[in-house]
Design a protein around this ligand. Structure first.
Ligand SMILES: Nc1ncnc2c1ncn2[C@@H]1O[C@H](COP(=O)(O)OP(=O)(O)OP(=O)(O)O)[C@@H](O)[C@H]1O
Ligand SMILES: [Mg+2]
Length: 259
């Protein structure tokens, strides 16, 4: 439940290309942290290092340390599959399994982890996860219908239900609303606000208003030019990043002067 993440001097590579350089950051439990910055500055790349998803890309490797409540996620003998069940991820495009029922979609991650679960426990977990994702009332009468029959916003909440069914400590979201309409976006933002009661939440967003609305802390990443590594420029309370940033680059970005 809601663990903290401490990153120490992380470098992230795609083969020889250094994509993200020297990031140190402490991510607080039971809070929402937003990653912002121009396209290509490494937000998604860095996010994926937090649950060992970066290394599934050929040539993908990291140097440095990522600690989850003090435990080194890259330590010898640590199973990346276990890490990914502790630190769940929600992607830009809702990706439910299209032919699978709503119910089986919620259980997909749990079953993937090889857990045996009784029918009554499964039913209870499905309801709890769908309630946690603010989707229960909309789907409770059609749990056996395919997940692809839901709207985009409902599908994204279904993916969030699938993520929380695994009972993670941390939820990572990479632009979870960018494919959604404004109403669905607000539903997801409300949900994120509730999720932080139980989880550590990290969200990548291009939407400044969204970062300002949902996050407690904001990290601004930037890149000096094509082929240069992305860096963490400034990290602070969201209110300070938006109203009183220390760096000129942060101010230019949040006020829309570039990016
Ligand atoms: N699979 C890959 N192989 C090689 N380079 C990659 C790969 N994925 C991303 N990169 C490079 O790493 C850098 C950071 O990309 P990343 O996708 O993390 O940026 P981002 O900040 O998430 O951008 P956006 O806001 O557009 O999503 C870019 O230069 C990108 O071209
Ligand atoms: Mg990205």
């Amino acid at each position: 439940m809601a663990k903290r993440i401490d990153v120490n001097d992380l470098n992230v590579y795609y083969s020889k290309f250094l994509a993200v350089e020297g990031v140190s950051i402490n991510i607080e439990p039971k809070s929402v942290t937003a990653f912002i910055g121009p396209s290509g500055c490494g937000k998604s790349t860095f996010l994926r290092t937090l649950n060992r998803m970066h290394e599934v890309i050929p040539g993908g490797r990291v140097e440095g340390q990522v600690l989850l409540d003090g435990d080194d996620l890259y330590g010898a003998g640590v199973d990346p599959v276990t890490v990914r069940s502790q630190i769940g991820m929600v992607f830009q495009r809702p990706n439910p399994f299209p032919t699978m029922s709503i119910k089986d979609n919620v259980l997909a991650g749990v079953k993937l982890n090889g857990k045996k679960i009784s029918k009554s426990d499964a039913d209870a977990l499905v309801e709890k996860s769908l309630r946690g994702a603010n989707l229960w009332n909309e789907v409770k009468d059609r749990l056996d219908k395919p997940g692809s029959g839901l709207s985009g916003g409902q599908q994204q909440r279904l993916c969030i239900a699938r993520t929380i069914a695994v009972k993670p400590d941390v939820i990572l979201m990479d632009e979870p609303c960018s494919a959604l309409d404004p109403i669905s976006t607000l539903a997801i933002e409300d949900l994120i606000n509730e999720l932080k009661n139980d989880y550590t939440v990290v969200i990548v967003t291009h939407n400044m208003q969204q970062a300002a609305r949902v996050s407690d802390k904001t990290a601004f990443f930037n890149i000096a030019g094509t082929g240069k590594p992305g860096k963490l420029i400034e990290y602070n309370d969201t209110a300070a990043i938006f109203s009183n940033p220390e760096q000129k680059a942060t101010e230019d970005y949040v006020s829309g002067r570039f990016g």
